[in-house]
Write a protein that binds this ligand. Sequence first.
Ligand code: BG6
Length: 487
Amino acid sequence: MSVRVETLILFGATGDLAQRMLFPSLYNLHVDGLLAEALTIVASGRSKMDRAGCHALVRAALADHLSADRLDEAQIAGFLDRIDYCPVDAGAGTGYDDLAALLGDRLGRPLGAYLSTPPSMFGPIAEGLAGAGIACAECRIAMEKPIGHDLASSRAVNEQVGRAFAEDHIFRIDHYLGKETVQNLLALRFANMLFEPLWNAQAIDHVQITVAETVGLEGRVSYYDGVGALKDMVQNHMLQLLAIIAMEPPASVSSTAVRDEKVKLLRSLRKMSAADVKAHSVKGQYSSGAVNGGAVAGYADELGHPSNTETFVAIKAYIDNWRWKGVPFYLRTGKRMPQRKSEVLIQFKPVPHNIFARGGAGKLDANMMIINLQPEENIRVKVMAKQPGLDRDGVKLKEVTLDVSLSHSFAGERRRIAYERLLLDFIEGEQTLFVRRDEVEAQWQWIDSILGAWAEIDLAPQSYTAGSWGPSSAIALIERDGASWHD
Ligand code: BG6
């Protein structure tokens, strides 16, 4: 068991993520008695403010982002008691000495620096911490995504951070790994005998992974434009989902075993050429339309100028290994879709011979398993059943659904924010749910092949109406193969 950090330094503490997710998650852990009594939190940002000012900010964040039944004045006071504030200007490289002075006796003791800052600050902050003697051998660092914007830049960030912290002290965050439902994919695959024997090219026709959002730019213009859906969603969240769905069984759930299997899988993704992306990828950008019954502006209108950034991407990917030979993995993600849903669909092959075919009555649909990750949490398996009757004209069959609702099965258990799990694992030094350097780099290798091929053929995004499932070519991408998206 790794040591627990005694101090958590939160860089970017005045930012949006800290307000929405990090402070509420830490507070929840505090209320549940999961933070050691002695753990102190040092919030840090560029803004100059005192401890009281920071406490007012945190208090407001809790009120805005937690339900009233979680808020308790005595608990809030106890939580705020843990929190100090120290301004650091990471860009200018100033404030680290003040931080070291504030840490006092805690300097040299295990601490965790959590970076919820622009990615360009990851390297400089790691160096700043090392320069001020704040990065000790037992100290660790956590970083939000993205790590770089391509393979070369991600290597540069990893090198720079790696000079101050050893790899087993670096925690790269992909918040999808903190989601209970994503962790449940491991349980589904490896705690049941039912599925694994069929989890391969012999039995599976294709796999679909959809991460659809109804939101648009959400005021993130400066970050999102020029980044786009491929780098924002596919490079990280979707490839992590794909890796967990498709990897070989790890020997255990240890961080090494799980991440070894994921990286093997990620390295097996077939790189894409110009010809491949022409046939197997679609970029889209939303135009004005309606979502959830309300009119919404198009991406370029929100931005105030035309742009080539894609807000939707669909890709037909292949994994070149024994298990998945010839099985297409259709990935699709987009903003301003008709509904929010993250879903994995496993389309099985038809039975080898239909004994019910006589007279055309017994038409068989191939089995399908649909794993809903959010907002609903359920697993549905479509199976064929005999329709009741005397069968004078042959056996009539009908598709019925085995429906397992996880929210129902675990009703009464509080669904935790993904960041609660990730922050606790970070504090305790458990790395399984964090992305290792070789994974990030394997992800970028595949993404770079697509970006390079897109640039080569100068692929522009096609327009889709906000509130639709993307450009029509995304539908054609899968229908050409005789399948269709599960909408
Ligand atoms: C983030 C992306 O990583 O994930 C956002 O930058 C996206 O663009 C978000 O909206 C989606 O996360 P979730 O948890 O709402 O599915």
